[in-house]
Ligand binder design. Structure first.
Ligand code: DC
Length: 223
């Protein structure tokens, strides 16, 4: 028997941070599905496969091996046996990943893999379409959201911390572009599942969101 907690929502809502904290506290396996799409994107970049070369993409998908390892609470991602945890966060992957994640063949393959990874396990899975598409019968569904401006502000702070000289206006434009792309996609568009609990994080600290998410999950477990 498996137990699935689905955490969905747009970028900049703190999904990754919250999922990690909750996984540690409740002893759940943490599966970051965005990172899986990033692995496919990196593999395509390394093999110089273009977005419209479906034959080569299928060939790549038939061989790809993605493993997630949890080392002292930090996730490490292995692509075909090689640790790519850092490489999947680079700008060239950022620029392409949304388009790669909307290729139907990629989507089908990754969703199958995500379902397999959760078989018989207690997991918390983070993404965009977990509660709507990957696990429509998930035990707990949570949709994290925040205003566009707040999410851009968070991302901008992160960029500054990383030494980037990108302006707030550029970050905001990028956030708006990605939102549009994710919400208006024909394939698994980003949307709150009807039975998901909405948590608006705009005015909340990480600690407050953590507490809220834990209490939603515990409520479900205790019935
Ligand atoms: O969460 P992230 O930024 O690492 O996600 C990378 C990309 O993958 C992002 O453009 C949205 C997409 N994605 C998706 O389409 N479905 C998921 N379940 C997770 C991520």
């Amino acid at each position: 028997m498996s137990f699935i907690v689905a955490i969905d929502g747009p970028a900049g809502t703190g999904k990754g941070t919250i999922t990690k904290l909750v996984a540690e506290e409740l002893g759940l396996i943490n599966i970051d599905t965005g990172a899986m799409y990033r692995c496919v994107t990196l593999d395509m970049i390394n093999k110089r496969i273009s977005l419209d070369n479906i034959d080569e993409i299928n060939e790549l998908l038939s061989k790809i091996k993605i493993d997630i390892k949890n080392i002292d609470g930090n996730l490490r991602f292995l692509l075909n046996g090689i640790d790519v945890t850092i490489d999947i966060r680079t700008q060239k992957v950022n620029d392409l990943v949304s388009q790669v994640s909307h290729i139907p063949e990629v989507r089908i393959n990754m969703v199958n893999l995500q379902r397999k990874m959760a078989e018989g396990k207690m997991v918390i899975m983070e993404g965009r379409d977990i509660g709507t598409n990957v696990f429509p019968n998930a035990d707990v569904k949570i949709y994290l959201d925040a205003t566009t401006e707040e999410r851009a502000k968070r991302r901008y702070k992160q960029e500054q911390k990383n030494g980037s000289d990108i302006t707030y206006e550029e970050v905001l434009k990028n956030v708006i572009f990605r939102d549009e792309n994710d919400k208006n996609s024909n394939i698994a568009p980003l949307k709150q599942a009807d039975d998901a609990v909405l948590v608006d994080t705009t005015e909340l600290t990480i600690e407050q969101v953590r507490k809220k998410v834990i209490s939603i999950i515990k409520e479900k477990i205790d019935g």
